[in-house]
Write a protein that binds this ligand. Structure first.
Ligand code: HGY
Ligand code: MN
Ligand code: MN
Length: 407
């Protein structure tokens, strides 16, 4: 049994048009009108495939295909929101490959012992509302529903109000569900599979992730008459911190990665000394102990820089996900399914976070990776060749069938 390449390719193009950018990328940020249109399109396709659709308190969407009563489902999922000027493969590929698995089983009139569920998680990217993976985090009991509801975007709009506005504030409780297994197909978002000429990544785990928010308070003043000797410039301090964050990765070496991706300056005009700067710090490593050391170095850097510039600050370490190993049985099943496709594959770790990281706290979890061209992602250049996508989707089909069992 194989998936239908043309049908899957058509779905990628069709969904990719909702929020498409002029350069072939995607801007479909969580809980915007584009996200609503994407959700509505996916719900319609789920219903076309005969799935029973439900929505939970965090706007997570579930499409259920029945199996034997009382058996927990094999869930296949990912996300449909993107980063601004992102790509049309990150997240949506996992949802569409899961849908294609179900469509293929429908064509073959194949029933499974365990039910199958297709899941779409809200705000996986954490681009608009922080942190990332917020909705699978609530489901796994790692993030309080009220905290998620009160998360605010840059305009101060609350997540829960946006869920209501787009019509996806569901009634189903967002709590752990019995699972036979959770499977997520996703693009690698790194260079290794393509460098090695491989089509499939059998993911053994996801790195630990730590997000912090630094707010620096300097003294806002006139850029002209204020002598240098009496300045307390929040942006000069922030610039030093950005360099020190890069220095942490250099000092620790190994696989640690550190990024300042977001920085806001106030009042952000040419002729005023910045009085307030806020910046994000994203640090990751496969070892939690290394991430702990990175955090100590970050605290020290911010303290030293602030003392030198004579500014004050708040440094909030507000999100942390530990290194997450995947279930050995599920990883083995995925490896067998990859092998059966005849395509090249390897075991590997994920440097990106995924809803699977939280789903691993609920049930046996594994991921299937497909290559990213030039390793690029979270950009309009994001691309994965269809041949690799087909191998990945057939791997997902094989693993789901083995875990769910044929009726
Ligand atoms: O941040 C991540 O790794 C994911 O793209 N949300
Ligand atoms: Mn993703
Ligand atoms: Mn992403």
């Amino acid at each position: 049994m194989h998936i239908d390449r043309e049908r899957l390719e058509q779905s990628i193009e069709d969904l990719g048009r909702i929020g498409a950018t002029a350069k072939g990328g995607l801007t479909r940020v969580a809980l915007t009108d584009e996200d609503k249109r994407g959700r509505d399109w996916l719900v319609a396709r789920m219903k076309d495939a005969g799935l029973r659709v439900s929505v939970d308190q965090m706007g997570n969407i579930f499409g259920e295909r029945p199996g034997e009563p009382g058996l927990p489902p094999v869930m296949m999922g990912s996300h449909a929101d993107s980063v601004p000027t992102g790509g049309k493969y990150d997240g949506q590929l996992g949802v569409l490959c899961g849908l294609e698995v179900i469509r293929t089983l429908n064509d073959a009139r194949t029933r499974t012992r365990h039910p199958l569920t297709l899941a779409i998680f809200t705000n996986e990217e954490g681009a608009r509302f922080q942190p990332a993976m917020i909705a699978s985090g609530v489901m796994a009991g790692k993030i309080a529903l009220e905290d998620a509801y009160n998360a605010r975007d840059r305009d101060g709009i609350r997540l829960v109000d946006e869920l209501e506005r787009i019509g996806y504030l569901g009634g189903e409780p967002c709590i752990p569900r019995p699972l036979r297994a959770y499977l997520e197909l996703h693009i690698e978002q790194g260079p290794f599979l393509e460098e090695e000429g491989l089509s499939i990544g059998v993911v053994e785990g996801i790195v630990a992730i730590a997000w912090s928010r630094l707010t620096i308070h300097g003294v806002q003043d006139h850029a002209g008459p204020t002598p240098m000797r009496i300045r307390h410039d929040a942006l000069v301090a922030a610039a030093d911190v950005v360099g020190r964050v890069r220095g942490i990765a250099r000092e620790l070496g190994g696989d640690v990665v550190t990024t300042v991706g977001n920085l806001t300056v106030q009042p952000n005009i040419p002729n005023a000394i910045p009085g307030r700067v806020q910046l994000s710090i994203d640090m990751r490593d496969p070892k939690d102990a290394t991430l702990d050391r990175a955090r100590v170095l970050l605290d020290r850097a911010v303290r030293e820089v602030s003392r030198r510039e004579g500014v004050t600050y708040e440094l909030e370490h507000y999100w942390r996900v530990p290194y997450t190993p995947f279930d050995r049985e599920v990883v083995g099943t995925i490896e067998r399914a990859a092998k059966a496709t005849g395509a090249g594959y390897r075991r590997m770790l994920s440097g990106a976070g995924h809803d699977a990281q939280y789903m691993a706290a609920i049930g046996p979890t594994g991921m299937v990776f497909v290559p990213s061209h030039d390793g690029r992602s979270h950009c309009e250049e994001e691309f994965t060749p269809m041949d690799d996508i087909v191998h990945g989707a057939n791997t997902l089909l094989g693993a789901a069938l083995e875990l769910a069992g044929r009726a």
